[in-house]
Design a protein around this ligand. Structure first.
Ligand code: HEM
Length: 244
């Protein structure tokens, strides 16, 4: 990533830190600063608005009940591209914000091989090499980035449909809808992972913090990097304390 983008991101983080507060109590770690939380929830809001208005346009027969939320059918149609555009704008900043920690590394290939164990919660402790985000989270991020490009290009082609041929617009409809289905599937899995499947994760996007226990269980390499302590040792110590 360019140094200009990096500098912009650092400046934004600094300025947002003054707008909101993140209290980190003993036994907790800072997971997501104010700027990251602001971007995440802005992306989420405009994604959900795009999804709802998009469904209402895609199948009025099934989703007619949604249109009153946006002031009727024609207004839903008019608002949808704007919701999409705002989703794109906020995700662009989030992309810059998360570009570095989302880089694919060798240990991600190993995580992919263990994915079944992760899904079935077979082992309560993640492998030592799992850093700030696991490979599943990175995949979701990169799937959004690809869909982001597809949504933008096909969305603009459909919005300004007199600029190109009819077949270009027709293909755009198909790609746009397929990208939306991919995103919907990812979104459902994401919400499940961020709440019910991994308790203690949701608060990281609310107050910005996680417990040390959560960090050493789910992201041992990140725990080591931010605390300088051995995650396995810390885990064993916590377990012994619990057994007492
Ligand atoms: C509305 C329900 C949502 C909930 C409850 C939710 C929850 C969360 C939580 C708790 C995290 C932090 C995970 C961690 O620190 O390990 C997170 C991260 C993230 N969220 Fe969401 N989120 C929601 C919607 C969305 C939407 C709509 C998008 C984008 C379309 C999105 C994109 C991301 C990405 C890319 C990450 C980082 C990677 C990951 O953790 O999977 N989220 N979310």
């Amino acid at each position: 990533m360019s140094t200009t983008a990096k500098k912009f991101d650092e400046k934004a983080r600094g300025e947002f830190a003054q707008l909101g507060t993140t209290r980190v109590h003993p036994g907790e770690l800072l997971r997501h600063p104010v700027y990251t939380r602001f971007l995440h929830w802005s992306v989420a809001i405009f994604f959900i608005l795009s999804l709802l208005s998009g469904f209402a346009i895609y199948s009025p027969w099934l989703f007619r009940w949604i249109t009153p939320l946006f002031g009727g059918g024609p207004r839903t149609r008019a608002l949808h591209p704007w919701f999409g555009l705002l989703f794109d704008v906020f995700f662009l900043f989030q992309f810059i914000n998360w570009f570095a920690p989302m880089a694919w590394v060798e240990s991600d290939r190993r995580w992919m091989k263990r994915m079944r164990q992760y899904v079935t919660n077979e082992n309560p402790l993640e492998a030592e090499d799992v850093g700030s985000f696991n490979a599943g989270q990175k995949l979701y991020f990169w799937a959004i980035a690809v869909s982001w490009v597809l949504f933008l290009i096909t969305g603009l082609l459909m919005w300004f449909d007199n600029l190109t041929g009819r077949w270009v617009v027709a293909i755009s409809y198909v790609i746009h809808d397929l990208a939306a289905l991919l995103m919907l599937a990812g979104f459902i899995i994401h919400v499940y992972e961020g709440t019910a499947h991994q308790p203690g994760t949701f608060r990281s996007m609310m107050d910005g913090t996680v417990t040390e226990r959560w960090a050493l269980t789910h992201h041992p390499a990140w725990f080591r990097a931010v605390t300088g302590r051995d995650s396995r040792e810390a885990y064993e110590r916590e377990k012994r304390q619990e057994e007492r």
